[in-house]
Write a protein that binds this ligand. Structure first.
Ligand SMILES: C[S@@+](CC[C@H](N)C(=O)[O-])C[C@H]1O[C@@H](n2cnc3c(N)ncnc32)[C@H](O)[C@@H]1O
Length: 237
């Protein structure tokens, strides 16, 4: 991977995920009561209609989305890239354990400078990743570049529930309870405070759709799940 500049958001994000890599999977499932598994499955079921055979999983982390894709989508291969070596390490162990090394390959790689040629992949997917990019439009444009003509991008990301009183209850959980539990189990002060803050600052719904359009995508479609806790976006090159 190209060298990451010290003190950039990218460097801080990579180091943060390196630190929490070991507790990441457990905390994901624990803090979401296992619903994150359902979110990934539902998002991928939406991609099934496109029948992609060569997929790029950007910000693959510990490879949960790439692994779920093997269950949900017809025969295909996936390349996963991420800037956190420690997350990738866990991902590679899971892939080996499930004997899927010939189907999923993980590389150290940056979404904003993807080491693949244009028109390579049928589809690209990003789960809970775009929000962490240093420059989301640049990252999305790079993803578009490596997609084939009419290729599909699938993005799964947290959004902001707007329905009273769910919104208030959820915000209390997400802003106070979750960071506390996250801090205790991950022993990291920053990561689970950064999570609600980064979601709060990031565009969702139509505003994120406009971001996809700015990056050059068309035919943007949006679905929300779990009363707006997450949204899935699908768009075309
Ligand atoms: C919340 S995790 C999501 C991991 C996985 N997609 C999942 O669904 O569990 C976010 C991941 O984005 C990665 N990331 C952040 N910025 C990135 C970038 N510019 N390029 C590649 N990966 C990036 C982080 O290292 C981290 O592993």
């Amino acid at each position: 991977m190209n060298k990451i500049e010290n003190n950039s958001k990218k460097e801080r994000v990579a180091r943060m995920f390196d630190r929490i890599a070991r507790s990441y999977d457990f905390l994901n499932h624990f803090l979401s009561l296992g619903i994150d598994i359902y979110w990934r499955r539902r998002a991928l079921a939406w991609l099934r209609q496109k029948n992609p055979t060569y997929i790029l999983d950007v910000a693959t982390g510990t490879a949960d989305l790439a692994l779920m894709a093997q269950k949900v989508l017809p025969a295909h291969t996936t390349i996963g890239i991420d800037i956190s070596e420690k997350m990738l390490e866990i991902g590679r162990q899971k892939i080996e354990k499930k004997q899927l090394k010939d189907k999923i390959t993980l590389y150290s790689g940056d979404s904003e400078q993807i080491n693949f040629q244009e028109n390579t992949f049928d589809a690209a997917m990003v789960a809970f990743g775009v929000r962490n990019f240093e420059n989301p439009i640049k990252g999305l444009s790079e993803i578009r570049r490596v997609l084939k003509d009419k290729g599909t991008i699938l993005v799964l990301e947290f959004s902001k529930p707007r329905l009273f009183p769910f919104k208030q209850l959820y915000n209390f959980y997400f802003s106070f309870i979750l960071p506390l539990i996250g801090r205790i189990f991950s022993r990291d002060k920053e990561a689970y405070t950064y999570l609600p803050e980064s979601v709060q600052q990031f565009p969702d719904g139509k505003a994120f759709g406009e971001m996809l359009q700015k990056a050059g995508f068309g035919a943007v479609q949006i679905k929300t799940m779990t009363l707006g806790v997450v949204s899935v976006y699908m768009a075309e090159k």
